[in-house]
Design a binder for this molecule. Structure first.
Ligand SMILES: Cc1ncc(C[n+]2csc(CCOP(=O)(O)OP(=O)(O)O)c2C)c(N)n1
Length: 320
């Protein structure tokens, strides 16, 4: 872990805590009837986005999913503009026309969330082809769920990326479920990482709730793909501790299973490890939490006070 320093670890803690608080605020606003769009939260999976994105460099890209808030915040997306988008406001990332599943910020390298399961994967491969063609020495980090690994687009895109040796890291967020379908009922492999074997692609299973491990493996993967030997596939084993979407009754899994995974909270885990390293860090982490809490308050106020789109412009920026 030579590549890890105190500042980096604190920054990873800050981002994971920010994602958690952002999602909790989005849920609260949903039940208050203020956030009316679809909402798939990233609670429990924060270490994956933060570990991977902390290993990226300026000029790299990420492709996201329908569960995309964590990816965007991990790439330094603005929580105020994101929350305004969720509330359908003119100041949102898509001027309120896109909602949760279409947030993108090309300046930050966020190619966009995507409501089509597996839809981001070929887009990421296209972006990697462009980076390669321009000889940029930059990479794409392509996020998708366990369910997406059973789409045709996944297999076609992985094959092409491997044949063309593109600079792309495939990151499977295996949270055990695709809506209500447990992965064991969908795929006859213990590790989804082995799906990459079929395409001659290096792959690794990672503890997706340990941000330091995710970071380290993503950092190594980035170096590897830049040697021109082709993509790397990381399967990050994790769990979404909330429903598939905000109002999911979750009748397909046991409460005890959820409680067990809550004990493996990636944020609490990093906090415990940092305090173990140096007890004085507790105070600093608390200060970080206070600052993020304030940031979320400001995001809420910004979003609530942002203007609604003018009804006469409602079809602007929309393909009809
Ligand atoms: C092509 C397509 N098929 C089906 C759906 C409906 N759908 C939305 S989310 C989802 C499950 C995705 O599971 P996974 O890829 O594991 O991601 P997770 O939700 O667990 O993050 C499905 C089937 C969709 N949006 N797009």
């Amino acid at each position: 872990m030579d590549s890890l320093n105190r500042e980096l670890m604190f920054n990873m803690y800050r981002k994971m805590y920010l994602i958690r608080k952002f999602e909790q605020k989005a849920i609260q606003l949903y039940w208050e009837g203020i956030n009316r769009g679809a909402l798939h939260t990233y609670i429990g999976e924060e270490a994956v986005a933060v570990g991977v994105c902390s290993a990226l460099e300026k000029g790299d890209y990420v492709s996201s999913t329908h569960r995309g808030h964590g990816h965007c915040l991990a790439m330094n997306g603005d929580p105020r503009i994101m929350l305004a988008e969720l509330l359908g406001k003119e100041n949102g990332y898509c001027k309120g026309r896109g909602g949760s599943m279409h947030i993108a910020d090309l300046d930050l390298g966020v190619l966009g969330a995507n409501g089509i399961v597996g839809g981001g994967i070929p887009i990421a491969v296209g972006a990697a082809l462009a980076l390669d063609y321009k000889n940029t020495k930059k990479v794409v980090a392509c996020f998708f769920g366990d369910g997406a690994t059973s789409t045709g687009a996944f297999h076609e895109a992985l094959n092409l990326a491997s044949v063309w040796k593109l600079p792309i890291i495939f990151i499977c967020e295996n949270n055990l479920y695709a809506i209500s379908t447990c992965v064991v009922n969908a795929v006859a492999l213990e590790d989804l990482a082995h799906r990459a074997d079929a395409y001659g692609m290096k792959n690794k299973v990672v503890d997706g709730n340990d941000v330091l491990q995710v970071y380290e493996e993503a950092r190594k993967a980035r170096e590897m793909v830049l040697t021109g030997e082709g993509p790397v596939f990381l399967e990050c084993k994790t769990y979404r501790t909330e429903g598939h979407w905000v109002a999911d009754p979750q009748i397909y899994r046991q409460r005890t299973e959820i409680e067990e995974w809550k004990k493996k909270c990636p944020i609490a885990y990093l906090k415990k490890n940092l305090i173990h390293l140096d007890p004085s860090y507790e105070k600093e982490l608390y200060a970080i939490e206070q600052k993020v809490d304030e940031e979320i308050k400001q995001a809420e106020s910004f979003a609530k006070n942002s203007p609604e789109p003018d009804p006469k412009d409602v079809l602007h920026y929309v393909l009809v």
